[in-house]
Design a protein around this ligand. Sequence first.
Ligand SMILES: [Ca+2]
Length: 187
Amino acid sequence: MGGKSSRHYGLTDEKLIEYTELTYLTRTEILHLLKLFVDIDDIDIEYHRIAFGEIISRFPQLEHNPFRSRIRRVFSSKKDDCFSFEDLLDYASAMSDRCPSTVKSAWAFKLYDFDEDGQLGLDDIVHVIKALTEYRTTTESRIDVNQIAQIVLDDMDIESNSYISQSAFKHGLEKMPDFEHSFTFKI
Ligand SMILES: [Ca+2]
């Protein structure tokens, strides 16, 4: 090709501009992610995929994320435990502090839907609480997770069908000031 178009680790200027338009990330952030994503020359950035374990080693801020196994699953476009560069951008964009809370809550809903049936039920909430309490290590040693999950569900089950709907979930998150802070990925 050659020509005037400059390339950044295999990414054309046009593609870079497209990514700034399609994500909540700045050009600088995208280039920083690209630099960490690319390990060798001459890869095809559009098709190159990196094992999630390798992603964690390059982005250690993910290592202690209690939802890392769900992130690996939900943001992997091929569900193969690997990330393409665009998968990484999708994740970083969702976690950006410029990402609106409606978009964040939609991603959070997917992350918390452990059994992937498109709804948040009691089992999902149990998983969420377990993930969050693992994160906090030593507080009350014996908490009845099922009981807490049931209370959360009862509180947010607006349609009385034993599930938390997308809109009730979004509404519930708005009442949690910590949510947006915890749902971030500092680049
Ligand atoms: Ca579910």
